[in-house]
Design a protein around this ligand. Sequence first.
Ligand code: SER
Length: 324
Amino acid sequence: MKNILVIGSTGQIGTELTLELRRLYTGNVVAGYIPGAEPKGELLESGPAAIVDITEERQIADAVRRYEIDTVYNLAALLSATAEIKPQLAWKIGMDGLFNVLEVARTLGCAVFTPSSIGVFGNNTPKDKTPQDTIRNPRTMYGVTKVGGELLSDYYYIRFGVDTRSVRFPGLISHIAPPGGGTTDYAVDIYYSAVRGEQFVCPIAAGTFMDMMYMPDAISAAIRLMEADPSRLQHRNAFNVTAMSCDPEIICASIRKHIPGFSMSYEVDPLRQAIADSWPNSLDDTCAREEWDWQPSFDLEAMTSEMLLKLSQRLSSEANNDRS
Ligand code: SER
């Protein structure tokens, strides 16, 4: 990777991925954004930025030509619950947008990383230690676009030789950019409530297990996969990856080790709960470990310690700035 374009650079993954890529690579790492979601602060100051709306093929091609891009990270997406509310827009971004990226990659010669998700799985998929190669029959628009995206990305590799690679991310937890409209968002929101000294009202029922991952591991997965030796890759779109499997009670208990008075109640959101119930309890990520040496660094306890520390530092410095 020399020159890199990140589409969706101001989103939950893009914010941290763009900065990490700029730390690691000396070429241009271009922060692609849409009007209304402009890069700010370090993201704006540390490198070039360009308006790249994934639904506009010309804007993607212009940025690729101008900055001589050889690798595109395509992070534009609506998360699962929002995609159920706006299925047409989810398709336009997830499928039409991906098609635009792949066409530019085919004609101008770029590698493409597009995140997939645990959302590719559905009610008929084996729930525990879900294998790499198994039934993908989601009944959500998010899942449909992610399965379609996996198939289309593999097609462009097989048919045109475009170097497409992807991982199925679980719920991603970060103290920097918040998610929005996802089924696993509760696992981020719970830390904000804990640090603010509030009770957390959980929209997902106790006993609902899903895979989760701390953002630094997700960023490292995306970069390591794109750096992996292609001759070792038996799979491409997309690899199961995971770091932990937990339900709300387990996350709550890990927070209570640091904040004993933290409390949680439940007000289950039927839309998110139905989505969560259709997803695996836990993934088997053996193929990623074998084919490109995937290994997470953070387990639940390590993640909770760092989330609570970093979030309280950030929220108190924001409160100080507001006062001055
Ligand atoms: N975090 C995503 C969501 O909840 C799943 O990949 O929609």
